[in-house]
Design a protein around this ligand. Structure first.
Ligand SMILES: Nc1nc2c(ncn2[C@@H]2O[C@H](COP(=O)(O)OP(=O)(O)O)[C@@H](O)[C@H]2O)c(=O)[nH]1
Ligand SMILES: [Mg+2]
Length: 169
């Protein structure tokens, strides 16, 4: 299973997403500090909201296999800039929560996530667990491990280490 690191503003639904992935009923828990468990890393939204702390997110991401950008479908503004994937040395995926919200604007959040450079975008409702199976299916397998030489070769071609389309010449 790929280890998933979650980042996003407070109330985006990160902690609830972990509860939904674990098959638990949602129960509100303020995230006071970074929580690590076997398959996930949950961070307080305040990290994403402060320019001083946000650098820490890049550091935590090194502990993970995949970085999940979490944004609720009814978020009124975007905290994350374009090409976010360029300073994170992990695959970046987008997870849109609260798709059930009366104020949901999924196409707008998708656009933000595409601009950020997300490889895959998942839409979930943590309350009903809709969309959770698709996310779990993506996370199911470990990332293929490659040798140092192969990693250097991919970097030489300007490709990410996990790029599936790369073939050795
Ligand atoms: N309607 C709806 N509410 C959600 C969903 N996910 C989370 N919430 C609610 O949003 C609030 C904030 O969720 P939380 O997981 O603590 O956000 P975090 O700050 O990103 O960890 C809680 O009251 C959750 O019950 C969802 O998919 N749909
Ligand atoms: Mg939380």
């Amino acid at each position: 299973m790929k280890k998933l690191f979650l980042m996003g503003r407070s109330e985006a639904g990160k902690t609830s997403l972990i509860q939904a992935m674990n098959g638990e009923d949602l129960h509100y828990l303020k995230t006071q500090y970074t929580n690590l468990d076997e398959d996930t890393i949950d961070t307080p939204g305040e990290y994403a909201e402060s320019k001083h702390f946000s650098v820490g997110l890049a550091c935590f991401s090194f502990e993970a296999d995949v970085v999940g950008l979490v944004q609720a479908a009814d978020e009124p503004f975007n905290l994350f800039g374009c090409c976010l994937h360029t300073f994170i040395l992990r695959p970046l995926i987008g997870i849109i929560t609260k798709t059930d919200s009366a104020y949901a604007n999924v196409p707008m959040i998708r656009q933000w996530m595409e601009n950020a450079g997300c490889d895959h975008i998942f839409e979930v409702n943590n309350k009903t667990r809709e969309g959770i199976e698709e996310l779990l299916a993506y996370l199911k397998d470990d990332l293929p491990s490659i040798s140092m030489e192969e990693a250097i070769e991919r970097q030489r071609h300007g490709l990410s280490e996990w790029n599936e389309t790369f073939r050795n010449p």
